[in-house]
Design a protein around this ligand. Structure first.
Ligand code: GDP
Ligand code: MG
Length: 168
């Protein structure tokens, strides 16, 4: 049923760029200002996938992920998920598998995609290209390098995830 909105999560450590990515994708804006919350539960975006119109409801967190205290309501009925880490944050990279586990413990297997955000800062990378690719291989997720700041690969991530969802 492509009429109902698809609940999409973005998980990952604090400050990897989750809220920025939602704002960029849904509203076309980017701000340098560090905002812990965008003040709403989710933003919506319509896109077309294989000739069908799809409505994504992309859920943001209010910064509780830093305290490992996302509520069950955040995960409930999620149907697809972006798992994010930051180029300049080693801890966020090492936390990827624990984020996937949290999602799967709550909602089971759903379509997912792995992203390395802030690739505009690749000179300061806290992990090698090989390490990032080895992780993607191990967890068997398609891997995108993104820069929300430069608007690089953001649309592609959601387009791919939507195709996975539709193909399910
Ligand atoms: P969240 O905690 O995961 O929601 O992260 P935010 O969206 O609040 O972003 C944290 C900080 O990273 C903010 O200052 C953003 O402006 C910045 N940021 C987000 N995406 C990028 C990016 O692609 N490149 C750079 N250089 N900074 C980014
Ligand atoms: Mg945020």
């Amino acid at each position: 049923d492509l009429e109902h909105p698809v609940k999409v999560l973005i998980v990952g450590n604090g400050a990897v760029g989750k809220s920025s990515m939602i704002q960029r994708y849904c509203k076309g804006i980017f701000t340098r200002e560090y905002k812990k919350t965008i003040g709403v539960d989710f933003l919506e975006k319509k896109l077309s996938v294989k000739g069908e119109e799809l409505r994504l409801m992309i859920w943001d967190t209010a910064g509780q992920e830093e305290f490992d205290s996302l509520t069950k309501a955040y995960y409930r009925d999620a149907e697809a998920c972006v798992v994010a880490f930051s180029t300049i944050d080693r801890d966020s990279f090492e936390a990827v598998e624990s984020w996937i586990k949290k999602v799967e413990d709550e909602v089971g297997r759903i379509p997912m995609v792995l992203i390395q955000n802030k690739v505009d800062l690749i000179e300061e990378a806290a992990m090698t290209k090989e390490e990032a690719e080895a992780l993607a291989d191990r967890i068997k997720l398609k891997f995108y390098r993104t820069s929300v700041q430069e608007n690089y690969n953001v649309d592609q991530v959601f387009q791919y995830l939507s195709e996975l969802y539709v193909d399910e």
